[in-house]
Design a protein around this ligand. Structure first.
Ligand code: ADP
Ligand code: TRP
Length: 321
């Protein structure tokens, strides 16, 4: 089974990214052929600052490795190091109906949030389809928000196969239903572009500040509260051990849960949760030579797979003459 997913280096990675995509990818190690990459071409649609994009690309790679992705047990690279993906995007663009892209929520949401409505942003799903189809991926672990993009990738593959003959494997999304969306500090989906994130690798001070800013109601300690309606509890339960979550749940239901105390406990739990990964990340960020070597070796492996698909596609469409 071939499993593939990518992450945008469009800002510091947060615990929603970890649970929605990075953790499932890391857990898939050993279950099949694993392809993981940092999608810097995609990030260019929202980050137009040279130094930030370059630095966040390397940092996202360091984050993924520090969290447990083993480059020996996977193919791990930066998207732009395999330029065949942009060539495939053109072939796919030529069979992609406009209506398919016009229906995409993500484009409309991003424009509503103030991201420049560029052609790149509009055709973002075609580049994502190229990412997936170039490697003939069968399974794509992503958060729920990417479901529609996966459907678009499948539709494009079907359209291409119908037009030029059987070429692409149809990819399936892998979305963990019990944890589809991690809430942000304001209760909306945690997202880099909403300013409501809890970073995976923040300083202790930033972490405390973000956790303390989790929005709650004004109930007093002794009040009975509904844990499931509480944003703080919904974040707490993701990280706390099951027994502790059950105890805190009881406090909510019977009176006795103080938001301030739960927040302080969450700060400690989060700090411990990522302790080992944090040490590994510091090491990687301090040794950029090693990081770049890992990425270069990954790109060589990725290109050898990409070359096979591109050759086949050129032949199918008649570009090979
Ligand atoms: P962001 O919304 O922060 O910009 P991305 O769009 O770069 O995040 O998402 C990267 C991956 O992380 C995707 O697979 C996405 O589905 C997942 N993801 C992002 N935010 C969350 C969240 N709050 N809960 C679960 N998964 C998420
Ligand atoms: N669009 C995805 C996101 O915002 C990132 C992405 C790009 C991706 N190409 C991909 C995810 C291919 C899975 C497979 O999260």
């Amino acid at each position: 089974m071939r499993i593939l997913s990518g992450i945008q280096p469009s800002g510091k990675l947060h615990v929603g990214n970890y649970f929605g995509m990075m953790k499932p990818m890391i857990e898939n190690m050993g279950r099949g052929e694993l392809f993981a990459f940092v999608v810097n071409f995609h990030a260019l649609t929202s980050v137009q600052d040279r130094d930030r994009l370059a630095q966040d690309t390397l940092e996202a790679a360091a984050d993924f490795l520090a969290l447990g992705l083993d480059p020996e047990q996977s193919v791990f690279w930066v998207q732009s190091d395999v330029p065949e993906v942009t060539e495939l995007m053109w072939y796919l663009s030529s069979v992609t109906p406009m209506g398919l892209l016009e229906r995409c929520h993500s484009y409309k949401d991003k424009v509503a949030k103030g991201i420049l409505s560029s052609h790149g942003l509009f055709s973002y799903p075609v580049l994502m389809a190229a990412d997936i189809l170039l490697f003939q991926a069968e399974v794509v672990p992503v958060g729920k928000d990417q479901k529609q993009h996966l459907e678009v990738a499948r539709d494009i593959a079907i359209k291409f196969n119908n037009t030029f003959g059987e070429t692409f494997v149809l990819p399936e999304p892998q979305i963990s239903e019990n944890l589809a969306t991690v809430p942000g500090t304001d209760g909306a989906k945690m997202s880099k572009s909403y300013g409501n994130t809890i970073g995976i690798f923040q300083t202790a001070k930033q972490l405390k500040k973000n956790v303390m800013s989790i929005v709650t109601d004004a109930a007093a300690i002794e009040d009975v509260k509904d844990p499931d309606a509480c944003n703080l509890y919904n974040i707490f339960k993701i990280f706390a051990p099951a027994e502790r979550t059950a105890e805190v749940r009881d406090l909510y239901l019977n009176g006795g849960a103080g938001y301030g105390y739960v927040k302080l406990e969450l700060v400690d739990i989060l700090w411990e949760y990522f302790r080992e990964a944090r040490a590994k990340r510091d090491e990687l960020v301090g040794d950029q030579g090693y990081l770049r070597e890992v990425l270069a070796a990954g790109a060589v492996k990725a290109r050898s797979h990409a070359a096979k698909t591109i050759d086949l596609v050129r032949d199918k469409v008649g570009i090979k003459y």
